[in-house]
Design a protein around this ligand. Structure first.
Ligand code: GAR
Length: 209
């Protein structure tokens, strides 16, 4: 079965990228990571990609460049790798339709909170504070498609509740959430790839009839 082509967009540490790379290595994901692209030159995830022998590049926004123009250039760069899926693994820039419109149903975002909660940056910290104030009693993680410019919003592909314990420090909660993300992200991508493979097999069967 043909491997799914992935392009992973990152902005930072890249632990979720690493989970994907490890799953590809282990054969858990029938995929190849074709490129890792960061908007930040100091993202450690770039080093992870290089260590794995995967093309890694930085796409920074030039001075005065509009978001749409940056996104159109980013889309060109990504399209060059002909990805089946584009994974936003800690990508901390809001994408405009200049990018999203080029890849319908192919952009997948990971967010460290449950659907509809704590969109944007510092989601774990905000959930932790909300818990301390008695506003929530658990948090979670989600993976969703990116259909438009809504922040951390879109059809949910996978979600997992993460408990918060009274004795938790913020670091404890961060650790638990990241561990959960690494599993859920891989599992959800695996399901998506399986769905794509089933669809291909079906259209091939129709083709031979
Ligand atoms: C992850 O927790 C991811 O869910 C979050 O950034 C972190 C990246 O960690 N993304 C968002 O907050 C998107 N709004 P990593 O660089 O170690 O994978």
């Amino acid at each position: 079965m043909k491997k799914a082509g992935l392009v992973v967009l990152i902005s930072g540490f890249g632990s979720n990228l690493q989970a994907i790379l490890d799953a590809v290595d282990a054969g858990t994901l029938n995929a190849e990571v074709r490129a890792v692209i960061s908007n930040r030159v100091d993202a450690y995830g770039l080093e992870r990609a290089r260590l794995a022998g995967i093309p890694a590049c930085v796409k920074s926004r030039s001075k005065g460049q509009t978001r749409e123009n940056y996104d159109a250039e980013l889309a060109e760069l990504v399209q060059g790798y002909k990805p089946d899926l584009i994974l936003l693994a800690g990508w901390m820039r809001i994408l405009t339709m200049a990018f999203i419109g080029r890849f319908p149903d192919r952009i997948v975002n990971l967010h460290p909170a449950l659907p509809g909660t704590f969109p944007g940056v510092n989601a774990i910290e905000r959930a932790y504070q909300a818990y301390r104030q008695g506003e929530i009693n658990h948090t979670g993680v989600m993976v969703h498609l990116v259909p438009d410019e809504g922040v951390d919003l879109g059809p949910v592909l996978g979600q997992q509740v993460v408990e918060i314990r009274p004795e938790d420090s913020l670091e404890d909660l961060e650790k638990r959430i990241h561990a959960c993300e690494h599993v859920l992200f891989v599992k959800t991508i695996q399901q998506l790839i399986k769905r794509m493979e089933d669809k291909d097999a079906k259209s091939a069967a129709v083709g031979v009839r």
